[in-house]
Design a protein around this ligand. Sequence first.
Ligand code: AQP
Length: 327
Amino acid sequence: MKKVLSGIQPSGQLTIGNYIGAIQNFVRLQETHECYFMVVDLHAITVPQEPAALREQSQSVAALYLAAGIDPQRAAIYMQSHVRAHAELGWLLTTLTSMGELERMTQFKDKSAGKESVGAGLFVYPALMAADILVYNADLVPVGDDQKQHLELTRDLANRFNSRFGDFFTVPEPYIPEVGARIMSLDDASKKMSKSNPNPGSLIALLDEPDVIRKKISRATTDSGREIRFDREAKPEVSNLMGIYSLMSGLSLPEIEARFEGQGYGPFKKELAERVVAVLEPLQQRYREIRSSGMLEEVLKQGAEKASSVADRVVEGVKERMGFLRG
Ligand code: AQP
């Protein structure tokens, strides 16, 4: 069975973008692959996190994995920081990474732009991401467009290690999901919907109350026209909302256009809100049950044990090849 590795940062409340672009694919992949799904807390601290919020968001992401249908009997669900091999291999790989490679990373450029002080962790983070993947010798990594460059670096590092120290790492392939549309911000369709966006009106959180969802959708930016038509160039905001409608309802874009022909944005937004609520309400119900059941701790413990048993052996192999003494 091929191995798949992925994770989400507990850097805010998860959005419907994270759900559609990541979690729904995780649920599908567990049927056919050996899966490792982490909550990447070590990545989240590359930008400042308030400790109490980090603790709460970490539990929230793990509980949402379960609520969305990831089965801990099939896939390992765990905190990245509970598997020490990630940080250890991260350091070892950092020493094989050049400054020039890291300087070329567009995500670093984006995330550091305009900031007075940028943590070194944000800069070296792609080496830790490479470690996350290589520490399981993962075959496939589900990645969005924005992560492709980091995966390319991971492949380079695997090849570099293999040619310097002998064949060892699997060189991972990107997994481009069949469904995985990019959901854009509700207030600015040129930016992706992001959980760390400080404007709550820009995103729909998976745990937003139904009335909050209705309000946010009714206030979502549109254009001055009234036609429900999919055209990313000419009508980016309406096209984004149509994409969400389609993914939440299973209706195709032409079906949505036909359904709302001549109706204007009001009725469309109202129905969209109800579609989103209908998908999120049962998820939220399961989430609340999971949080109050106290099962999370045990799931995370078992997940970390399963992951560590694979990852520790890989790190031992790496250290041996690099010339470290056995401890
Ligand atoms: N808007 C989106 N549309 C589709 N997929 C998305 N993902 C994120 N936003 C969208 C996917 O969700 C996963 C989460 O990855 P992450 O938490 O490591 O960080 P991210 O991609 O940077 O996500 P956010 O929500 O934008 O977080 P912040 O604001 O903290 O940077 C990935 O699989 C991503 O493709």
